[in-house]
Unconditional design. Structure first.
Length: 380
């Protein structure tokens, strides 16, 4: 190992960024294989639990010091909404427009278009949509968006209960209770792959709860680290290789729950501990950092393209034989699309929102000063 040399653009946990980028790519590949075949990634669903785990750790690292200096729940939740909502909205609108376009010319096209419009209303507010026309996905306009509901929910619980959760013993008890909920979830459904449909939507409580609070607990057990500087090690690449290997671990239906629980509960925190303790050699830093930057965009924007491919293979059955080719095309479309969406849509929109919020806060401060002391307000 050697001392880390971090650049200005890599002031995050670089290996955690790499894990997020790889995880998003694996979710994309897994969904391509699910929709277009010819194989299924048996353990790929655990990537979502890894996302929740990383989220808990990174949010605790970023915000617990701010909570200690007076950050309020409303401000924290505004930060989270500003971070997540723009790309969520883009993915939802993209899914809506593509579904409308694909309904053109179908016998039930008008009915489906009206249904999509009705489903759009709750999804604008990050709420699950009702089941209609045989579609039982909780977020039919953009299926992976179900995780955002639980991400924001667990964030809200975390900040509202922080006065109690600041005690690490209480946090540990909450994490254990969430682990038990996750065990019950996996045993009920036979695997950890649950939460995206209305019939198993409640599975998200155990998955998000355990992952997030386990990440926060890991941050505490590591002594509340205050810097992202880590020693360089080639073992960082080994950690990355282990993730896809774990996703393809075969298991019988009887063993699937045990395998999933072992990966989510037994190996999640040790993996996080190792991953936050080292960073890759400098020639990989830019790649890992970029992977982390566009990981959320890949995750939240890829599904509408799969819906187009699904509809195309349904309308023209001969295309089904070209599943691998279609999958490769979708992969090559999603990655640059995510890059441009993150850099030229998400970041500018978030900067604009933050600037407006700061202007509003400054105006309120000035108004309050004027009411209490007109002379002071004038001087300011």
């Amino acid at each position: 190992m050697a001392p880390a040399r971090q650049t200005v653009e890599s002031q995050n946990f670089v290996l955690l960024d790499g894990l997020r980028g790889l995880g998003a790519a694996l979710v994309l590949v897994g969904h391509i294989l699910l929709v277009l075949g010819p194989v299924v990634v048996p353990g790929g669903a655990v990537i979502v639990d890894l996302f929740f785990l990383l989220s808990g750790f990174v949010i605790a690292f970023s915000y617990e010091p701010r909570f200690a200096t007076g950050m309020r729940a409303g401000e924290f939740m505004m930060h989270r909404i500003v971070r997540l909502y723009p790309l969520y909205l883009l993915g939802m609108v993209l899914g809506y427009l593509l579904l409308l376009a694909m309904a053109i010319g179908d016998a039930d096209g008008a009915e489906r278009s009206w249904t999509f419009t009705l489903q759009l209303i709750p999804e604008v507010f990050v709420l699950p949509a009702p089941a209609v026309l045989g579609n039982h996905d909780a977020y039919p306009l953009n299926v992976p968006a179900w995780t955002l509901f639980f991400e924001l929910l667990v964030n809200l619980v975390y900040v509202l209960a922080f006065r109690w959760l600041r005690d690490t013993r209480v946090l540990a008890v909450v994490t254990v209770l969430c682990a038990l909920a996750l065990v019950a979830t996996v045993m009920t459904f036979g695997s950890i792959d649950a939460g995206s449909r209305l019939s198993d939507f409640w599975a998200g409580f155990g998955r998000a709860g355990f992952g997030f609070f386990a990440g926060v607990l890991c941050y505490r057990l590591l002594g509340r680290p205050t810097t992202t500087r880590r020693p360089v090690s080639w073992w960082a690449l080994v950690v990355l290789v282990a993730i896809p290997v774990a996703c393809f671990l075969p298991a019988t239906p009887e063993l699937r729950p045990l395998v999933d629980l072992t990966m989510a509960i037994g190996l999640g925190m040790p993996l996080l501990y190792i991953s936050q303790s080292i960073e890759p050699p400098k020639q990989f830093v830019r790649l890992f950092t970029m992977g982390g930057r566009i990981s959320y965009a890949i995750y939240i924007l890829h599904w509408p393209f799969l819906e187009v491919a699904r509809h195309a293979t349904w309308r023209w059955p001969n295309l089904a034989e070209m599943g691998p080719v279609l999958g490769g095309i979708i992969f090559l479309i999603v990655l640059p699309f995510a890059y441009f969406a993150e850099g030229y849509c998400d970041r500018p929109v978030r900067r604009w929102i933050v600037a407006k919020l700061r202007q509003r806060a400054a105006s309120r401060k000035l108004l309050a000063a004027a009411k209490s002391d007109p002379g002071a307000a004038f001087a300011e």
